[in-house]
Design a protein around this ligand. Structure first.
Ligand code: SAH
Ligand code: AVI
Length: 341
């Protein structure tokens, strides 16, 4: 076991940087223009995560129906040392870290392995980064955390500007099945960007939800307590606040079916009766007919061929895999470079 080192003061061990490729407000306005002005309407899921949205996501993870968190957590709890050893990691870099609750297993293993554990956490939500850091710094007395608040791609670009920066080998993590929130082309693009940020010795730990019985998947996105519905509807409050809109949250309801043709859950907000919505920026009036939907999220559930296609497209090769019983959820350890033929 590694000797105890004296605790350093928290502020010296935590820095939060804002990273952006584009002004976040301008980006929301552009995304709203692209997806919301005509049917079929849709928005990217990253706008769910204001402070309340992040809290609601955390509450979703505690619902009995939302199995991905429990399955991934159990894998990480039992395999963290093996994962960190196999990756040879000295430092950890996480995209979309949220509360970092599951990551804590990896950090504990890293903390056993090295004297100077270093964690780069990225998320669009600043509040969740601060809360997670406070908890982690108390638990790990020598851990240094750099938080990158902003989009995944902005965080990847900012990595090379960190001083001293995470030393190699570095373990990148993208957990929770978040890659499933992207269509194929975007997912391959994001994985390719991660691969481009990796050095030859670095590894990526990717958590993906797998296809299973439809009722199990649908229950996870339609929990009986209505937490997922509240999470979905919170998006309307975000739009009201950020764009000066007047969506009536009681005028829409949550719907989340599994769409077999695309192997994905689709979350929608559906107009309950005709709705007229005024928006300040972009200045517009939206008319919703009764039953018209906004697609707010896709959550893809992967088969093995889908995973292989993603990895081939992104130029990543599989080093190891840890799966839950019946392959209900999988963690893939990946290296940059295509698999040898
Ligand atoms: N990794 C955690 C959290 C998953 S929820 C887990 O497995 O439980 C998705 C997280 O990614 C949220 O914390 C959200 O704020 C963040 N997020 C969503 N879209 C993002 C984006 N485009 N760039 C950076 N972070 C994003
Ligand atoms: C973050 N992401 C992987 C979650 C998912 O399952 O797609 C977000 C979520 N949406 C509804 N419930 C959870």
């Amino acid at each position: 076991m590694k000797p105890e080192s004296p605790a350093m003061p928290l502020p010296e061990r935590y820095t939060r940087h804002v990273v952006q490729v584009r002004d976040p407000h301008a980006e929301l306005v552009a995304d709203f223009r692209e997806g919301m002005l005509e049917a079929p309407r849709w928005l990217p899921p990253k706008y769910f995560y204001d402070a309340r949205g992040s809290q609601l996501f955390d509450a979703i993870c505690d619902t009995p129906e939302y199995y991905p968190t429990r399955l991934e957590s159990a894998l990480l709890e039992s395999r963290a040392s093996e994962i960190v050893e196999t990756s040879g990691a000295h430092t950890l870099i996480e995209l979309g870290s949220g509360t970092s609750r599951k990551t804590e297993y990896l950090l504990a293993a890293l903390n056993e392995r090295v004297d100077d554990p270093y964690y780069v956490a990225n998320d669009v939500c600043g509040e969740i980064l601060d809360e997670a850091a406070e908890r982690l710094l108390k638990r790990f007395p020598t851990l240094v955390i750099e938080a990158l608040c902003g989009d995944y791609l902005a965080a990847l670009s900012a990595l090379s500007t960190l001083d001293p920066g995470p030393s190699a080998p570095r373990l990148f993590t993208f957990l929770g099945g978040s890659l499933g929130n992207f269509e194929d082309t975007e997912a391959i693009d994001l994985l390719s960007q991660i691969r481009a940020a990796m050095g030859p010795e670095d590894r990526l730990l990717l958590g993906l939800d797998r296809v299973k019985a439809t009722p199990v998947m649908e229950a996870a996105y339609n929990d009986a307590a209505g937490v997922t519905a509240a999470f979905n509807l919170n998006l309307l409050s975000v739009l009201n606040r950020e764009l000066g809109a007047d969506f009536d949250p009681d005028g829409f309801y949550h719907r989340a079916p599994f769409v077999e043709a695309h192997s994905r859950i689709e979350m929608h907000l559906v107009a309950d009766g005709d709705q007229t919505v005024q928006v300040s920026e972009p200045a517009t009036t939206l008319q919703f007919a009764d039953g018209e939907a906004i697609r707010t999220e896709i959550s893809r559930k992967f088969t093995r061929p889908m995973v292989q296609q993603l990895l081939a497209g992104a130029g990543l090769s599989q080093v190891a895999e840890w799966s839950a019983p019946e392959e209900a959820y999988s963690l893939f350890l990946l290296a940059p470079g295509s698999a040898q033929a």
